[in-house]
Design a protein around this ligand. Structure first.
Ligand SMILES: [Zn+2]
Ligand SMILES: [Zn+2]
Length: 245
């Protein structure tokens, strides 16, 4: 079965008990995979979704809001199901520990596919934004996620900051690649990029690869006043280096 990528989204509570919204900029392409073509305002249809090796019926809805009250609002398309439906149960089973899901079309019209996407975790995303050159498949992935414009901006801001800090980690102050003649500083998004899409320097932190892994594994909160990370185990780590936050 061919899968044609449509969208990747963060897993939210609504995915577990009601459904998800199709972004307006996807209506055109999405309609190509619908037997009946474009949805009309207020229309409801049944489509099928593959989840693991099972297939479920869900409702595709164009919300029937009153157009006279909201004349400038675009139509809102959603994939819907009820909290107690078998599909919602299966989704909770598969996606509870996952951060992202992808929604793909198949070669059969009205049949789609929902998957957990481990290849699109926050660290992977950040790395894709930073890599100087991308392979063909990475390029493709970045394009599908619509991240091209963010990527350029990120690389410029990130590279400038890394130089400013002499490739040292703002947390431990070390340039861990120096001894090996390598530059391995990473760029971390304080408010996760997948959520904030914020690439400004004020959202970036230069960190060593070890601290970068630790941040994503332990998920500490960043205190902007104190310029410190507060870890769930109670540890507070104040930035050793900071000139831009
Ligand atoms: Zn470090
Ligand atoms: Zn990061």
């Amino acid at each position: 079965m061919t899968k044609n990528f449509l969208l990747a989204k963060e897993v939210h509570k609504s995915l577990f008990d009601s459904g998800f919204t199709i972004p307006v900029n996807l209506y055109e392409i999405f309609s190509c995979y619908l037997r009946g073509g474009r949805l009309h305002h207020g229309e409801k249809r049944t489509i099928k979704i593959f989840l693991g090796d099972e297939i479920f019926d869900v409702t595709l809805t164009s919300i029937n809001f009153n157009r006279e009250n909201y004349p400038t609002n675009k139509d809102i398309w959603q994939v819907r199901y009820s909290k107690n439906s078998p599909v919602a149960k299966k989704i909770r089973e598969i996606f509870t520990a996952k951060k992202f899901f992808t929604f793909c079309a198949t070669d059969v019209k009205d049949v789609f596919c929902l998957q957990a996407n481990s290849a699109c975790d926050e660290l992977t995303l950040e790395n894709l934004l930073e890599l100087p050159t991308l392979t063909d498949t990475q390029e493709n992935f970045v394009e599908r996620l619509g991240l091209k414009k963010y990527r350029e901006r990120n690389r410029i801001n990130g590279e400038r900051l890394k130089k400013n800090y002499g490739y040292c980690c703002q947390i431990c102050g070390l340039n861990v690649g120096l001894f090996y003649g390598a530059q391995v500083a990473d760029c971390h998004h304080i408010n996760y990029f997948s959520v904030s899409l914020d690439n400004a320097a004020s959202n970036l932190l230069i960190v060593c690869p070890n601290h970068h892994r630790i941040i994503h594994a332990a998920n500490p909160t960043f205190d902007r006043e104190r310029k410190s990370f507060l870890y769930p185990n109670g540890l507070e780590e104040i930035l050793k280096l900071n000139e831009h936050l």
